[in-house]
Design a protein around this ligand. Structure first.
Ligand code: HEM
Length: 171
């Protein structure tokens, strides 16, 4: 493994990715850039919609609805939305990596996405395991409500950062 590239070398090579011919061609094509944005925004609509619907139910809205039934309907849609968001987001990143890697808002956005993923896993392996005790007509445990509030705020901040970013980059 003596010749394996170090992590530092791999990260410092990232800005150069936007001069690869493929990414230059994507950047210079308004059609491809629009297609990427449409894919990203479609995925985001699905993700934010499912997050808002599920988290508000955990926070106490419409207690008649079964949390576990709602989870079975919404969570696959939320996870599926990432199939659109991540590849389009990574391609849009690759076409202007040099600008984005020095933009603090972008780095905060990516960190919050990771934090949101960790929070979702913590919710499912933690308070959600006892969902049968609070499935309907009952207030969810405090820890579950804290996760829902954190998730709601976190994803809305990610959305806001995504909207702000193009303005910052064009300043
Ligand atoms: C792996 C995850 C993601 C990556 C790598 C990523 C990357 C990007 C990039 C590079 C842009 C274009 C910035 C520019 O050059 O103008 C963008 C736009 C945007 N992103 Fe993401 N993103 C990701 C996930 C998300 C998520 C989860 C959300 C919202 C919940 C989000 C919301 C937005 C919004 C609203 C825009 C602006 C779109 C537009 O102006 O048309 N992104 N993203």
């Amino acid at each position: 493994m003596a010749n394996a590239p170090s992590i530092t070398a791999s990260v410092s090579a990232l800005p150069g990715i936007d001069s690869f011919p493929f990414f230059v061609a994507v950047r210079e094509s308004p059609t491809l850039m629009a297609a990427l944005e449409i894919g990203h925004l479609t995925g985001i609509s699905l993700l934010i919609g499912t997050v808002i619907a599920f988290d508000l139910r955990i926070l106490g809205l419409n207690r008649r609805l079964s949390v576990s039934v709602l989870a079975r309907h919404l969570l696959p849609l939320g996870v599926g939305s990432l199939m659109l968001i991540v590849p389009t987001g990574l391609t849009m990143f690759a076409v202007r990596a040099s600008d984005l890697l020095t933009e603090r808002l972008f780095l905060v956005k990516i960190m919050l996405i990771f934090a949101g993923g960790i929070l979702a896993v913590a919710f499912h392996t933690g308070p959600y395991r006892s969902v049968s005790d609070w499935d309907t007509e009952t207030t969810a445990p405090r820890i579950a409500r804290a996760c829902a509030l954190g998730s709601l705020l976190g994803w809305l901040i990610v959305l806001a950062l995504g909207v702000l970013l193009p303005y910052k980059l064009n300043e």
